[in-house]
Design a protein around this ligand. Structure first.
Ligand code: HEM
Ligand code: HEM
Length: 563
C-alpha cells in the first residue's frame, strides 16, 4: 500500500482560510492560476502614449462584439419581401426585404436600438482607424523587426479582415448603401478573368442581387470573421506578453531590459479605465452624430441609380482606385477583360500586402537577423519613414478620389477635372511626400547633431572682452545626449565580388547586387547624417574635459564621496 505524507503547509488550515481564499485555492488547484498570475501579472510594461493605440483597437473591438450581439437579437438576415408597417411613416406600405425592415425596426421601435446601431457603426470606423494608426506607429518605429514579425502579420491580418468585416456589416441592412456596396463587389468579381461569372453566381446564389447574399454575409459577419479575429487578437496579445514590450530609447533602457510599471495593478487599472473612456467617447459620438441613416436612402433596388452613397472610409481608397482608372477594356479570344476594374482590384490588395510584407523586405535588404527591443526614432530611419508617409499619402489621395463626385459638388468643379487631378496626384504626390519626408528626417538628424555638439541655443548674447558677440549655448544633460546618440548607424551591405578567384561568376550575383543597391539606398551616402563621434564631442567641449579632469583630481585627492 502506498502512503502519502502531507507536506507541511505555511498556508492557514482550510477552516481558518477566508471563503475568498478557499475559492482561489480551489481554482488554483485546477487551473494553476496562482503561478501563472505570479509569473505574468508583475510583467513590466513601458509607458508611452502611443501604446494606447493598441488599446483603442482592443476596446473598440470589444464594443463591436457587445453591440453586435445586441443587434443579432433583432436583426432578420433574410431577403424575403415584406411590406413595412413600422413607425417610420414615409416608408409605410413600401415593399422591402425583411433585413431592411428589421433594421428600420431596430432604429425606430427597439428600445435603445438606434443608439446601439450607431455605436456599432461608429465603433467600426474607429476600430479600423485605430488599427491603421497602430500599424503605422509600429511601422515608423520599427517594432516589427525580429522577433515580432509574426505578430506584425497577425496584426496585419486583423486589419485586412476588419476591412472586409466592415464591408459585410454595412451590406446587411439591405438599404441603398448596402446594395451599392454589393453591386461594387459584384462588379469586382465579374472582372476576374475566366472565373468571374462563376464567382459572382457563387457569391450571390445566382444572378445579382439574388435572395441569399444577406444571409451569407450575415454568417460571415457574426460568426466566421469575428471568430477568427478574436482568436488572432488573443494570439496577438499573448505574443506581446511573450516577446515583452518594446520601448523607446532613453537612459537606462537597453535591448535586454524593460523599464516601466508592472502589469498588475498599474497597467491593469489604466487599461480598465481606458476601456470606459473608449466606450464612453464612442457612445458620445454615436449619440450626437448620425451615421448610416438607412431610412433616408430607402431599400435597395437593383435598377435604381445610386444617390450620393459613399462606402465607409476604410474602403474609400478601393473605390478611389476604381474611379480614377480609365474604363479600359480589351478583347482576348472573344472574352472581354475589364481592365478598368481588374487593375484596381488587383492594386487594392497589393497596396496592403506591400505594407504587410515590408518587415521581411527590410530584413532581407539590411541582412539584420538580430533581435530588437529598442524602438527606432523615425528620423533615424529616413527611408523607412518616407516610405510610410508616401504610403499614407497614396491612401489619402485614393480616399479623396473615392469621393470625386462629392469633391466636385462641394467645390463647384467639373468631375473630370477632379478625376484628372486625382490621377496625376496618385503618381506625383507620394513621390513628393517621400522626398520631403526624407529631407525633414535628415534635417532633424542634423539638428540632433548640432544639439549634441553645441548644445541648445539660449538666445542669451554675451560680449567677450575683445568685443566679439557670441550666443550662449546650454549643454544637453547626459540623458539627452544618450537619447540622441544611442542609435546604430548601419553600413550598407557589400555585393561581394562578381566572380570568384577562378573567374567563375558568383552564385546569386544579380540578387546580391540588387540587395547591395537597395541597402545603399537605405543606409548609404545621403541616407543618414553621421552622428557625432566621441572625439568630435570632446573637440567641441574642451572645457568640459578640463572640468572633468579637475573633478577627477579633486575626487582622487579628497577620496570617494560617502555611499
Ligand atoms: C470587427 C468587428 C465588426 C465590424 C467592423 C462590424 C461592422 C458593422 C457595420 C459597419 C455594420 C452596419 C451598421 C449599420 O446598420 O449602420 C454592422 C452591422 C451589423 N453587425 Fe457588425 N461589425 C463587427 C462585428 C460584429 C459582431 C461580432 C456581431 C455579432 C455578434 C455583429 C453583428 C452585426 C449585425 C447583426 C448587424 C446588422 C444590424 C444593423 O445593421 O443594424 N457585428 N456591423
Ligand atoms: C484588433 C486589432 C489589434 C489589437 C486589439 C491590437 C492590440 C495590441 C496591443 C494592446 C499591443 C500592445 C500595446 C501597443 O504596442 O500598442 C499591440 C502590440 C503590437 N501590435 Fe497590435 N493590435 C491590433 C492590430 C495590429 C495591427 C493592424 C498591427 C500591424 C500590422 C499590429 C502590430 C503590432 C505589433 C508589431 C505589436 C508589438 C509591438 C511591441 O511589442 O512594441 N497590431 N497590439
Amino acid at each position: 500500500m502506498t502512503t502519502y505524507e502531507k507536506a507541511p503547509s505555511r498556508r492557514p488550515a482550510a477552516d481558518e482560510a477566508s471563503s475568498g481564499q478557499r475559492v482561489a485555492d480551489w481554482f488554483d488547484g485546477r487551473l494553476g492560476i496562482h503561478s501563472l498570475g505570479r509569473k505574468y501579472l508583475r510583467k513590466v510594461f513601458p509607458d508611452h502614449w502611443s501604446f494606447l493605440l493598441g488599446e483603442i483597437c482592443l476596446w473598440s473591438f470589444v464594443v463591436l462584439i457587445l453591440t453586435g450581439v445586441y443587434l443579432t437579437l433583432f436583426f432578420h438576415p433574410s431577403m424575403n419581401e415584406v411590406t413595412y408597417h413600422g413607425s417610420y411613416v414615409p416608408l409605410k406600405g413600401v415593399r422591402m426585404s425583411e433585413a431592411y425592415a428589421s433594421t428600420l425596426d431596430i432604429s425606430f421601435d427597439v428600445r435603445g436600438g438606434l443608439l446601439i446601431r450607431q455605436i456599432h457603426h461608429w465603433a467600426a470606423l474607429i476600430f479600423i482607424a485605430g488599427m491603421l494608426m497602430h500599424m503605422m506607429r509600429h511601422f515608423f518605429t520599427g517594432s516589427f523587426r525580429k522577433p515580432r514579425e509574426i505578430n506584425w502579420l497577425f496584426g496585419w491580418t486583423l486589419l485586412f479582415l476588419g476591412i472586409f468585416e466592415g464591408l459585410f456589416g454595412y451590406s446587411l441592412p439591405d438599404d441603398l448603401l448596402s446594395g451599392t456596396g454589393m453591386r461594387f463587389v459584384d462588379g469586382a468579381l465579374l472582372s476576374v478573368p475566366i472565373v468571374g461569372t462563376y464567382l459572382s453566381f457563387f457569391t450571390f446564389g445566382g444572378e445579382f442581387p439574388g435572395d441569399d447574399v444577406v444571409a451569407r454575409f450575415y454568417s460571415l459577419h457574426v460568426l466566421v470573421i469575428p471568430g477568427i479575429m478574436a482568436a488572432l487578437v488573443v494570439a496577438h496579445l499573448i505574443l506581446v506578453f511573450y516577446h515583452k514590450h518594446t520601448q523607446f530609447p532613453g537612459p537606462g533602457k537597453t535591448e535586454r531590459n524593460v523599464v516601466g510599471a508592472p502589469f498588475m495593478p498599474v497597467y491593469m487599472a489604466k487599461a480598465g479605465g481606458f476601456f470606459f473612456l473608449v466606450f464612453g467617447v464612442i457612445t458620445l459620438i454615436a449619440a450626437i452624430a448620425t451615421i448610416n441613416p438607412v431610412w433616408s436612402y430607402g431599400p435597395y433596388r437593383a435598377d435604381q441609380v445610386s444617390t450620393g452613397a459613399q462606402p465607409d472610409w476604410y474602403l474609400g481608397f478601393a473605390e478611389g482606385l476604381v474611379r480614377i482608372m480609365p474604363g479600359w477594356e480589351i478583347n482576348v479570344a472573344g472574352h472581354t477583360l475589364v481592365m478598368g476594374v481588374l487593375i484596381p482590384i488587383v492594386t487594392f490588395p497589393l497596396l496592403l500586402i506591400f505594407i504587410g510584407v515590408y518587415p521581411f523586405l527590410e530584413s532581407w535588404v539590411t541582412g539584420d537577423k538580430r533581435e530588437h527591443h529598442l524602438l527606432d526614432r523615425p528620423r533615424n530611419r529616413p527611408i523607412r519613414t518616407s516610405i510610410g508617409t508616401a504610403w499614407i499619402s497614396l491612401y489619402l489621395i485614393l480616399f479623396a478620389a473615392g469621393g470625386n463626385d462629392i469633391v466636385a459638388t462641394l467645390f463647384h468643379l467639373s468631375i473630370n477635372t477632379v478625376t484628372w487631378a486625382a490621377r496625376i496626384a496618385v503618381l506625383v504626390v507620394p513621390v513628393l511626400v517621400f522626398v520631403v519626408t526624407r529631407r525633414i528626417c535628415l534635417g532633424l538628424q542634423r539638428r540632433d547633431r548640432e544639439l549634441v555638439l553645441h548644445g541648445r541655443e539660449t538666445g542669451v548674447i554675451k560680449r567677450l572682452p575683445h568685443g566679439e558677440f557670441v550666443e550662449v549655448h546650454q549643454p544637453l544633460s547626459p540623458a539627452e545626449l544618450h537619447t540622441l546618440t544611442q542609435h546604430e548607424q548601419p553600413r550598407p551591405l557589400d555585393a561581394g565580388p562578381a566572380r570568384d578567384a577562378n573567374g567563375v561568376p558568383s552564385p546569386n550575383g544579380s540578387k546580391r547586387r540588387l540587395r547591395a543597391l537597395l541597402s545603399r539606398g537605405l543606409y548609404g551616402t545621403g541616407a543618414q547624417v553621421a552622428k557625432p563621434t566621441a572625439e568630435e564631442y570632446r573637440e567641441a567641449h574642451p572645457d568640459e574635459e578640463v572640468e572633468e579632469r579637475q573633478e577627477a583630481r579633486a575626487i582622487s585627492e579628497a577620496g570617494p564621496p560617502d555611499g
